[in-house]
Every structure is written in C-alpha cells, then in structure tokens.
Design a protein around this ligand. Structure first.
Ligand code: FEO
Length: 396
C-alpha cells in the first residue's frame, strides 16, 4: 500500500480530524505526505509533516529503514503543515536538510536554526547511487520557497502543495478514490488560484519532463491511465484540469451569492436564478451565512458570471457578504460580477458592493435594486434582467 515505485515509498501521516486549514474547509481531512527514496548508495526522505504527526511518519519510515539510515532530508516547502514537526524528524534522521535558500530562510525564521543545510538551486541534482533527484524551483506555487523535486529514473514528480487535495484516506492512488476531482478543484480554487499565471508557466515547463507519477504533499497520488486500477481520475486528468483552471476556462454557468435580512434580497436571488435558467444558463445559488465559502469559490472557478446580492445594513453591506468578498478578493478570480439587493431608505449596499468587486479586479454590472420588498412586477423585471444577461452577455 505504501510502495509508489521501486524504491519509492509513501511514509506520510493521515489527519482524519482536520475540518479547517486556515481559511479553508477540509470536510474530508487531509494527509501530510512524506516519501522515502532508496538509492543504491544513499536514501532521501522528501518532506515532513505538521506538528504532532512526526511519530506517525517515523512509524511508517521504520517499516523500511532505520531513521538514522536517511542520508538527506529534502524540504520542498517550509509551511507549518509540512515543517511543523521538522525538528523532531531532523533529530531522528540526523541528516543534512537539502533545500533552496528561500526554504532555509523560512525554516530559520520559524525559529528552527542550527541545522546542517545543504542549499541547492534550480537544476541541481542529488545522486543517491542509482537514483537521481533533480531540484525544480516552483517559486510562488504557492510560497516563495516552494520547490518541486523530480526523481529522474522513476519519472516521479514530488511537487509538494501543487496537485494536492485535502482528502484523508487509506488509499494512496487517485484512481481509487471517488469524488476526487471535486476535492482537487476545491483545493485549487482556494489555494492555487491566485497563482494561475505561474501554473500556466509551470505546466509548459513540465511538457519537457517525462511524468509517470505525480506525488503531492496532500491527499492521494496521480498515476497515468495505463497503470490505473480504479475508475477514479488519473494523472492526465489532473494535468488537464490544472490547465483549464489556470486559464480560467469557464462554462455557461452563473453563481448567485447573497444574504438577506427580510427575504427581499433572497426573493431577488431566486428570481435571478429563474431568469438565468430561462436564458439557458446553469446556475448555483448560495445564501452566504448558510454556505461554505470554499464550496462557492470552487463553483466560481468554472463560472462565467457571479451575481452578488446584499441588503443595505447600517449604510453598508451585510456582514456575511463582506466576509465572503474579503475571502474572494485574495483569490484573484476572473469573471464578471453583477450586483443586486434591497434597501430601506438609501441604496448604499450596491454602491459598496461595486467598489469592493472592482477593487478585486472584476468587471462590475449594476443589477436590480429595490426599496423594501420587491413585488411580483419587480420580480418579473429581475427575471427579465437575468434572462437578457444570459442571452446577451454570456457566451454560448
Ligand atoms: Fe500544504 Fe503550503 O502547505
């Protein structure tokens, strides 16, 4: 179950309990993947685990070799979920830490100094005997220190966070896990999306690299369709998906997000959905205070347009709408935005929504706004607006 290729083993840890990782939700937990590469002359351990998981890593490592037989500890990225228990692992293996200088600085700035570092650069190789590890810089995918490591003889890429998914499972291969692409999409939308231009650049670079296996630092491992044993997604699928997501490839789909005080904005949201459907568009609707922001941004990744609705509250926008826009802004989405909502005596929310969305880099269209409760005539107007928008502004 832990053998990935000849001499390559998964020795990571499974976090079954995690339901939130920073601002992201993780409904199926996650894994912190660590890999042992055994060479003819020396052994390398690639990446470590979050605080509290070193014992699980060492338990799995000891099934193959004594920790003291690890000759190189490769660190691709020093965020806490991969380096939180670095100290404990480093003490057990007592081997030099192989990493780029940015990773060395990150490790030291987290208060973990005094290690024996072997600093490497893009293109450098580490000879393990009959196995060669090559360093591939992956700056800002998704941290300045992010690095990929490539095992030349077995054509295995260890890309750390890239191509990951937050899924806790006893399976190790992607093709053996159901519903995996949804989790890969949630992960991309919330973590990788802001760096989409760099994903495009890296995918071009990877066209010249032979890949049989991509073994990320979270979730399960991607192998090519020829070697797959299950019906789930394979390496070709995730590479194609990353290409589409990073090019903001959208379908004829709109996502409506809103919150409501007295159901007026809610009525408008439902009418917008009806009009969009009449215009032949696929629609998802989310009431923000009841919904998971991570799910919403996953739908937005493939949407052409987002309708954002808020009632006016104290001269501004509703708190849950503001919170969502804060989350969204950092993700640098690419789509059109339409504002809508209801108000009591001054229509302040829509103007503020427009400002927030424009500052997030979105093209904004002012949609319907009504005082107090929209009646059936008003809602017909909303339906017509949405249908016309679908027909005239959304591509077939
Ligand atoms: Fe999985 Fe950037 O840490």
């Amino acid at each position: 179950m832990t053998k990935i290729r000849p001499g390559v083993y998964w020795v990571g840890a499974i976090d079954w309990d995690l339901r939130r990782c920073g601002a992201y939700t993780t409904p199926r937990g996650t894994t912190y993947n660590s890999y042992l590469v055994r060479g003819g002359e020396s052994n390398a351990l690639i990446d470590t685990v979050k605080d509290g998981f070193a014992d699980e890593l060492l338990y799995r490592l000891e099934k193959h070799i004594e920790p003291s037989d690890v000759d190189f500890l490769v660190v691709n990225h020093a965020e806490r979920d991969h380096a939180g228990d670095l100290k404990r692992v480093a003490e057990a293996v007592d081997a030099p830490i192989v990493c780029r200088d940015e990773t060395r600085k990150t490790v030291e700035e987290h208060g973990l100094d005094g290690y024996d570092f072997q600093v490497v650069e893009d293109g450098d190789t580490l000879d393990l005997g009959d196995r060669t590890l090559r360093v591939m810089e992956a700056r800002m995918l998704h941290w300045p220190d992010s690095t990929f490591t490539y095992l030349e003889e077995e054509k295995v890429l260890f890309p750390n966070d890239a191509f990951g998914q937050h899924v806790a499972t006893t399976e190790r291969w992607a093709d053996l896990v159901g519903d995996l692409m949804w989790h890969a999409k949630r992960y991309y939308a919330a973590i990788v999306q802001p760096f989409s231009p760099l994903v495009q650049k890296k995918l071009k670079e990877l066209e010249d690299v032979e890949l049989e296996v991509v073994a990320p630092a979270h979730g399960v491992i991607w192998r090519r369709s020829e070697g797959a044993e299950g019906d789930g997604p394979v390496l070709e699928d995730i590479l194609e998906a990353y290409d589409g997501w990073s090019r903001y490839e959208s379908s004829r789909k709109a996502t409506v997000v809103y919150d409501s005080m007295w159901d007026s904005t809610a009525k408008m949201a439902r009418a917008l959905a009806q009009g969009l459907m009449d215009g032949g568009v696929e629609v998802e609707v989310f009431k923000l205070r009841e919904s998971d922001d991570n799910d919403i941004v996953s739908h937005l990744l493939e949407s052409e347009a987002m309708f954002v609705g808020s009632p006016t509250l104290n001269g501004g926008i509703y708190p849950s709408v503001g919170e969502f826009l804060t989350f969204l802004t950092g993700l640098k989405p690419e789509l059109d935005a339409v504002t809508f909502g209801s108000y009591g005596w001054a229509p302040a929310a829509e103007r503020r929504l427009g400002d927030r969305l424009e500052s997030a880099g979105l093209d904004v269209v002012e949609g319907p706004t009504f005082k107090y409760v929209p009646d059936e005539v008003d809602l017909d107007e909303v339906r017509r607006f949405a249908r016309d928008f679908a027909i005239n502004e959304m591509e077939d």
